[in-house]
Design a protein around this ligand. Structure first.
Ligand SMILES: [Ca+2]
Length: 398
């Protein structure tokens, strides 16, 4: 096993800036956007001074992994953006199976095979659910949209595969698909859907761009979704930009979402039924390409009545949040109940401590230069697992 290291809170601001500029290929999205100078509430970056033995690379053989889920026997399901889903050994070191039966994905820009999760009743009926960028056909050729599919996992094959939901409409471009799946205790599922880099559809209730939806396992719509006048019935909340992380808070069915905002406007949101989260009318941050200054703003400003404020936001530095969890394991008792959020920019795992719905502390942990953390999971062993864009599965353990 290869050990890699990393201390939190490292690297000079200059190096971060240079790296981020080098990595920046898409000015419209913090998914690949640039970091800027350090913000005030975060620990100032310094050069690495020590090795953190808690950061252990289990594998570096994955190809653009995007989502992970743990099987009952400890083996790990991992999606790869290019359209492959694999099962890793429980040790996380070996790819044991590549699954068959997946539909084609639109693997371009930010699109591809995205999140995966197990049905809460997987032990009695082995459904898994995944999201992906679905390519359009026929009249929709060249377009794409986020879709949700399910299949029964038997051995290394997916059976009875069906697409249970399609974002509407499919559009051009390869940005902001979202997407994560989170199950409630009532067996309905939330799915986070990006606004496909089209801005205003996030406020248009006749589309499902920039929305969180809630559906049943067969794709039908629960009758008790919020009633929002004029909206598609699956919409649970709206005004989202690119929500790439989702987790249910322990002790209830509260959905929390991490959302890639504009330049200097990344957010963590607690989702309430029918809530409008602002994009692109009200938001922190500036559009990519605009110089950051007191004068630059999105839409009508940072807040206004009827728009829900984020619990946490990153100004002026974008960190591009990805997958997230509420930690419930025994391995790190001091972190129980904390949020852990991956970052694509600044290449760190963020720990966010909450007092009810207020953030009381946040810090960057496990900085690794040139890594982009894409998903965060908690293993049945109580340790934290990370996927990185460079192809690593990392275990955080004490
Ligand atoms: Ca917002």
């Amino acid at each position: 096993m290869k050990r890699k290291i990393i201390t939190g809170l490292t690297l000079s601001t200059l190096v971060i800036l240079l790296w981020a500029l080098a990595a920046c290929g898409d000015r419209g999205s913090s998914d690949s956007g640039a970091a800027r100078s350090n913000s005030t509430d975060e620990t100032q970056a310094t050069e690495p001074t020590s090795v953190d033995p808690r950061y252990v690379v289990l594998s570096d053989r994955l190809v653009r992994p995007w989502g992970l889920a743990f099987l009952q026997d400890g083996r790990i399901l991992v999606t790869e953006k290019r359209g492959r889903m694999v099962i890793l050994s429980a040790e996380g070191t070996t790819v044991q199976e590549a699954l068959t039966g997946l539909p084609a994905v639109a693997d371009a820009s930010q699109g591809g095979l995205l999140d995966v999760t197990l049905d809460p009743d997987f032990t009695t009926d082995p459904w898994i659910f995944w999201t992906y960028a679905e390519p359009g056909t026929g009249a929709e050729l060249g377009l794409a949209g986020t879709a949700v599919a399910r299949g029964r996992l038997i051995g290394s094959s997916l059976n009875d595969v069906e697409v249970i939901y399609r974002q509407k409409p499919k559009v051009t471009g390869g940005g902001h698909f979202g997407s994560r799946i989170a199950f409630r205790s009532d067996r309905t599922l939330y799915v986070t859907l990006g606004e496909r880099q089209k801005f205003t559809p996030a406020q248009d209730l006749t589309t499902t761009l920039g929305k969180v939806i809630r559906i049943n396992r067969d794709g039908s719509i629960p009758p008790d979704n919020p009633s929002i006048i004029g909206s598609e019935p699956e919409i649970f909340s709206y005004g989202h930009r690119n929500p790439q992380g989702a987790a249910i808070r322990p002790g209830g069915d509260e959905l929390w979402v991490s959302e890639q905002g504009p330049q200097g406007g990344d957010e963590i949101n607690k989702i309430v039924a029918g809530g409008n989260y602002g994009w692109p009318v009200v938001s922190y941050g500036c559009n990519y390409g605009d110089p950051v200054s007191d004068a630059c703003h999105i839409g009508g400003g940072v807040h206004a009545p009827n728009y829900i404020e984020p619990v946490s936001y990153w100004v002026p530095v974008s960190m591009a949040p990805s997958g997230m969890i509420f930690y419930t394991g025994a391995g790190f008792p001091q972190w129980k109940g904390n949020l852990f959020v991956g970052a694509l920019v600044g290449t760190a795992l963020w720990r966010v401590e909450l007092n009810e719905d207020q953030e009381v502390l946040r810090e960057r942990l496990f900085f690794e230069p040139n890594e982009r953390i894409r998903d965060v999971g908690q293993g049945p062993d109580g340790w934290i697992y990370l996927l990185t864009d460079s192809g690593k599965l990392v275990q955080i353990r004490d």
